[in-house]
Design a protein around this ligand. Structure first.
Ligand code: R5P
Length: 292
């Protein structure tokens, strides 16, 4: 029998996924000790079962990673046959190489600890880069949420989808093609030491009123703020900003509003106050394709 264990960081997405895949949920008892240590007890799972664990590595990342490891390790001790993990947001992916000497390659570390707990397959929604998944020796399946985003955005024939840096141009192109609208991009550089963002217009079609800036992650909001300011300076009247993984730290929402961003949307890979659409459909399709 295949069961679904829903971790504390993905309660809403986990329930949607259980419904779509018609899977019984295993019980995950989660507690926190007064000193902050986490405790997990997994029941309603039997030796020989297959288990899919859904737990985002949203903030607090290290704690949510620990809880995921605790669930996987408990499953292994019970004698689960196959442990698959859905990490809707895989934290630490941005550190997928040693950009400066002496830096820890955190993405590799996360892959290794998950494998060491007996995880045999991992699904990651919109991984930050191919490199971040290349550290896994087990199958690591990237899940594209594009169909869920298209469904959420609806009719956008009058808008331009804008990538806030060159790396995201393929995403903007794909979204625009599925929405039958134009796309463009902003060029961005980030100072590796200070984190300061510098942007300039790359290529953006003129004559449209609305720009939808779409990024994989919105964290401090700096990337979107720079792009929004540039787009306003070339005549866009309405700016919307969206992402898959909405971290929204350091008062990002306020900064975006001050830069003239009219609406913000993020998915439930990180369940938060900007969550406006679910990626459960895309994850379910991916799992059904592989067989749980
Ligand atoms: C970076 O390469 C990512 O694609 C995002 O653009 C970045 O993580 C966004 O961060 P922030 O909101 O802090 O500018």
């Amino acid at each position: 029998m295949t069961r679904l264990a829903i971790g504390p960081a993905s309660q809403s997405l986990g329930k949607s996924l259980a419904e779509r895949l018609r899977l019984e949920a295993a019980s995950v008892l989660f507690k926190e000790f007064p000193d902050g240590e986490t405790y997990v007890k997994l029941t309603e799972v039997s030796p020989g079962d297959d288990l899919i664990v859904v737990q985002s590595l949203s903030p607090p990342q290290a704690r949510n990673l620990m809880v995921l490891l605790q669930i996987a390790s408990a499953a292994r001790d019970i004698g689960v046959r196959r442990i698959s993990v859905v990490a809707p947001y895989l934290a630490y992916s941005r550190q997928d190489k040693m950009f400066l000497p002496g830096e820890a390659v955190s993405a590799r570390l996360v892959a290794k600890v998950l494998e060491s707990c007996g995880v045999q397959r991992v699904y990651v929604v919109e991984p930050h880069s191919a490199e971040s998944l290349s550290f896994f020796r087990i199958p690591a399946v990237p899940v594209s949420p594009v169909d869920d985003i298209v469904k959420f955005l609806g009719d956008r024939t009058g808008s331009v989808i804008v990538a806030p840096d060159e790396k995201r141009v393929p995403d903007a192109r794909e979204l625009a093609s599925k929405l039958s609208c134009d796309y463009g991009w902003v060029e961005k550089t980030r100072d590796r030491d200070t984190g300061e963002v510098r942007s300039k217009i790359g290529s953006v079609p003129h004559g449209k009123k609305t720009a939808v800036i779409f990024d994989d992650i919105i964290s401090s909001g700096s990337t979107i703020v720079k792009a929004a300011e540039l787009l306003r300076s070339i005549g866009f009247e309405e700016i919307e900003a969206g992402c898959v993984h909405g971290l929204f730290v350091q008062r990002a929402e306020e900064k975006l509003a001050a830069a003239g961003v009219r609406s913000i949307f993020a998915s439930d890979t990180i369940e938060g106050k900007m969550t406006r659409y679910s990626v459960a459909g895309s994850i379910a399709k991916s799992i059904e394709k592989d067989g749980p």
